[in-house]
Design a protein around this ligand. Structure first.
Ligand code: HEC
Ligand code: HEC
Length: 269
């Protein structure tokens, strides 16, 4: 047998295996550092050099505008929600609010309890009402009906309206309507789909600042809001608290929650 040298270009096995390995390396580098990153449309991936750096994880402070957070594509809420927001109220504010509210009665009812599938406002947390009015004003929450209603309200008007509505007695649901048993989605959520129980934010178990109590809301309204959160047409919830819940709900769970809350008794004060 001839004494073939192992590490020699004349050894066919050597050239084929080493050459093949090198080709494979070059191919995966091209795919991983150029082809796949270039398929992304974000700014840090524009151009071959940027694509390579981004894929390699090089921080790109030197890239123009890269230090700025990208602006959201939709208007989000600008309200800073704290448990203390609007926690003090005065007789004067309630009185002014009552006068201003004359424009609202046709839909939200003479005493803040709607007969027309609009949300009830009577006894709602004042911070919640104030936040929603601010969000309608900024465009973070859009409604063909409500957006024009808030267009010429001043900040003081909104505070006074909130003080007035929160001072009204909460609706009492007739006992006959309250027959729907609490569905699992309300009491336990759906942990496997990352849904916390409704009661952990909306009251019953715990209350999250900015979350309205939703007992007694018309079922059609609740369902419509859940759908709007799920498909992002309503996007004023801070940190997507409600959208993350609604997106993972099934239509059956939405119906069950809406039916249950429509017949449930609002919390006593
Ligand atoms: C023409 C009917 C109409 C009038 C008048 C009206 N609203 Fe509304 N309001 C609605 C409807 C409908 C909604 C629900 C909007 C949606 O579907 O997102 C709503 C929602 C709201 C909400 C949000 C409530 C929640 O639970 O999220 C607030 C707060 C509110 N209105 C306050 C007012 C105030 C204050 C006025 C008077 C200045 C007023 N509205 C006048 C129909 C009306
Ligand atoms: C992590 C806390 C959290 C959980 C869990 C949660 N919500 Fe909410 N929900 C909120 C907050 C906060 C808002 C107010 C959003 C805003 O700022 O407009 C809200 C708003 C809503 C509204 C709109 C009310 C109105 O008057 O417009 C409905 C309806 C609602 N939630 C139903 C539900 C149901 C049903 C569940 C259970 C499946 C649920 N939520 C679970 C935090 C939560």
């Amino acid at each position: 047998m001839s004494e073939e040298r192992l590490f020699s270009l004349r050894n066919r096995w050597f050239t084929v295996t080493v050459g093949g390995t090198l080709l494979l390396v070059v191919f995966s580098v091209v795919v991983g550092f150029i082809w796949l990153p270039s398929a992304q449309s974000d700014a840090p991936f524009q151009g071959v050099w940027n694509a390579i750096c981004s894929a390699a994880g090089v921080p790109q402070q030197w890239l123009r505008n890269s230090s700025a957070t990208p602006p959201p594509t939709v208007q989000t809420s600008t309200v800073e929600m704290t448990p203390q927001l609007l926690s003090v109220s005065s007789e004067l504010a309630v009185g002014r609010g009552a006068t201003l509210a004359l424009r609202c009665t046709m839909c939200h009812g003479a005493r803040g309890i709607s007969e027309a599938n609009s949300p009830n406002l009577a006894g709602q947390y004042s911070a919640v009402i104030y936040k929603q009015l601010l969000d309608f004003t900024s465009g973070a929450r859009q409604s063909a009906v409500m957006s024009p209603m808030v267009a010429n309200l001043s900040d003081q008007d909104m505070r006074d309206l909130s003080a007035y509505y929160t001072s009204l007695p909460r609706p009492r649901i007739p006992a006959a309507a309250a027959a729907v048993p609490m569905p699992a989605i309300v009491s336990d959520g759906a942990p496997m789909r990352n849904i916390a129980s409704c009661a952990s934010c909306h009251g019953g178990i715990d209350h999250k600042a900015g979350a309205p109590w939703i007992e007694g809301l018309p079922a059609a309204y609740t369902k419509a809001q859940l759908l709007a959160f799920a498909n992002d047409t309503r996007h004023n919830d801070i940190n997507q608290q409600m959208r993350n819940v609604a997106r993972n709900m099934t239509p059956e769970e939405m119906d069950a929650a809406a039916a249950y809350y429509a017949g449930a008794q609002p919390p006593e004060r």
